[in-house]
Design a protein around this ligand. Sequence first.
Ligand SMILES: [Cu+2]
Length: 157
Amino acid sequence: MSGLALVVIAGLMLLSIVGCTRVAAATYVPQSRNFTIATVATLTTEQTQAVPSYAPVVQKMGEDYSFSPNVITVYQGDTVNLDLRNLQPDDAHTFTLTGPYASVSQTIAPNSSEKISFKATSVGEFEFHCTVADHLPYMYGELIVLPASMGVADQGK
Ligand SMILES: [Cu+2]
């Protein structure tokens, strides 16, 4: 056997070894993600006692609340566990998602909490809001569901 043939055979063997050790494409393992979301008073009738100049604003615009945090980010396939806390003593709220998650809606009575869970199946940005008419203009947030492929890089961190 010629020296050239030996080199070719050795090269092919080396390629097959390298080929065998190639790492298989990683897949994202869905996680369980927990969030606590509180309803926060940003402009209310009660506050007008401390800051009288708020009174005409509240009278004209109505009371104003928000969710804190108001952005939730997860990966597709994750299970989202929400602990919803209504911190107001006299106002009920809802946590209501939109789009493919529209079935996720929970009323939270004054001074109480509710826990809900759902699976993040659809990728995209989806608004959540409180359906109480006077709260709706300001009381909203966003669920961001990233593609599972983006979660691979974060796996194990
Ligand atoms: Cu509300």
